[in-house]
Design a protein around this ligand. Structure first.
Ligand code: ADP
Length: 420
């Protein structure tokens, strides 16, 4: 038969278990746990210490309110304390008279102006590993801690260990997030500084090289061509970097006017004609309606088409084909750049729009680049309120498509009425 007393205790434990699974803040739950611990083990006070990996000491994470301020900053050493012993050996410990035990660490009493007589301490174990210590102090009526007290405190300690572990995980998430943000900032700074610093000397190199190409003897022309072409390649990389920087720093602004998408595409195709011819890649424009007009920033839309076309030609082998298709959809103009080149594995498709992302295969690596072109294209599309996406079958080819609203103001108005 269970005594009323035991049923009551079980009920109190159940209340705590419910509290842990409810979505309450850690502080409230831990304070309730220590008050239940004090009550069920008939102790004057109870407290919880957590091991701090950074300094190697135990710190109080829960203590009765009247001690909290005074012991908050106390650090309990593992070497000379009862809590430290329990933490190190992972075993419970009962000491009926702390004065006769040299492990007793008096500084906590001094800080809290308290007098400890007896202690029951159990480890907080998570997966068998100690993460802290739970202590009940001063059994009332000067009686002794017994086996049942140990069981009760161990039960509460396992619940507490879960909370402590959870807290560590949350802290780790915050730290990882901060580290990722720092890295992101470094990336941004790198792009901003390097694109700015490289631009001027490269401009000089290209200017002088172009001049020299005109005046040097024919037998050296080939070398000058390589210099000018490589300089132009470098220039387009730096332009992409500074586009990313402008976009990130909010310096990029749209200069909207009515533009003909087909003539923009034609300009870009003309720019890459030489490169395509050199590889024997046929580039074709397919626009049933040559008068597709939209409201947008011509220079930015040109960058989108430029980067997609450059990739399509780059990643298509000799003898391949590239189609640029422009079509009108209700409210939008859609442009697709289709190639029958090397293609992109399914799992890479989402990431290729990330900054600095390149597919790590020898086929792509040998083309150089910085993995910025698609992220710039995406940023430019999104500035216009459009969308960009890619489809591909490895070995068969890729299709990059984007759609831009014909009248972005209408899209904004619709968004404010219907939400995005
Ligand atoms: P990069 O300037 O280095 O080419 P991008 O952001 O333009 O960087 O492209 C990222 C990666 O996506 C490329 O390195 C390449 O692996 C892949 N990619 C882009 N376009 C194509 C395409 N048309 N066919 C195959 N792979 C492509």
């Amino acid at each position: 038969m269970m005594t009323n007393e035991r049923i009551k205790r079980l009920e109190r434990l159940l209340e705590v278990i419910r509290m842990v699974s409810a979505d309450l803040d850690d502080f409230t739950v831990l304070q309730s746990i220590i008050s239940v611990a004090g009550e069920l083990t008939q102790s004057e006070v109870a407290s919880i210490l957590r091991y701090n990996e950074e300094d190697g000491y135990l710190h109080f994470i829960a203590a009765p309110w009247f001690h909290r301020d005074s012991i908050e900053s106390v650090r309990v050493p593992l070497g000379e304390s009862i809590a430290g012993w329990v933490f190190k050996y992972g075993k419970p410990l009962v000491i009926q008279d702390v004065k006769s035990d040299k492990r007793f660490y008096a500084e906590v009493d001094d800080a809290a102006e308290f007098q400890t007589r007896s202690i029951l301490a159990v480890p907080l174990l998570f997966n068998g590993e100690p993460v802290g210590v739970f202590e009940a102090i001063n059994k009332t009526n000067r009686s002794h801690y017994n086996g049942e007290d140990v069981t009760i405190l161990e039960t509460l300690a396992s619940l507490t260990a879960l909370i402590v572990r959870n807290r560590s995980l949350k802290e780790e998430i915050v730290k990882t997030k901060q580290a990722a943000e720092r890295l992101e900032q470094m990336k941004k700074d790198f792009i901003a500084i390097s694109s700015h610093e490289l631009r001027t000397p490269l401009g000089l190199i290209l200017g002088h090289a172009t001049f020299l190409r005109e005046v040097i003897p024919d037998e050296n022309q080939e070398h000058m061509d390589v210099i000018v072409q490589s300089g132009a390649k470098l220039k387009s990389i730096i332009e992409n970097m500074s586009n990313v920087d402008n976009y990130q720093s909010g310096a990029a602004r749209l200069r909207m006017r009515k533009i003909s998408i087909v003539s923009l595409i034609k300009n870009v195709i003309a720019k890459y004609q030489e490169k395509a011819d050199a590889k024997n890649v046929k580039v074709r424009l397919d626009a049933a309606n040559p008068n597709l007009l939209l409201e947008g920033d011509a220079s930015k839309i040109e960058i989108i088409i430029d980067n997609l076309l450059a990739n399509a030609i780059t990643f298509t082998s000799t003898g391949g084909h590239v189609f640029v298709v422009a079509e009108q959809l209700p409210g939008y103009i859609k442009v697709s750049v289709i190639d029958d080149g090397i293609g992109i594995a399914h799992e890479e498709l989402e990431r290729i729009f990330d900054r600095f992302y390149q597919v790590q295969s020898h086929l792509t690596r040998q083309h150089g680049g910085m993995g910025l072109g698609l992220s710039v294209a995406k940023a430019m599309v999104e500035m216009h309120g459009g969308e960009i996406w890619a489809e591909s079958i490895p070995g068969k080819g890729s299709r990059f498509s984007f759609r831009l609203p014909i009248d972005p103001q209408q899209v904004n108005a619709a968004k404010s009425v219907f939400g995005s």
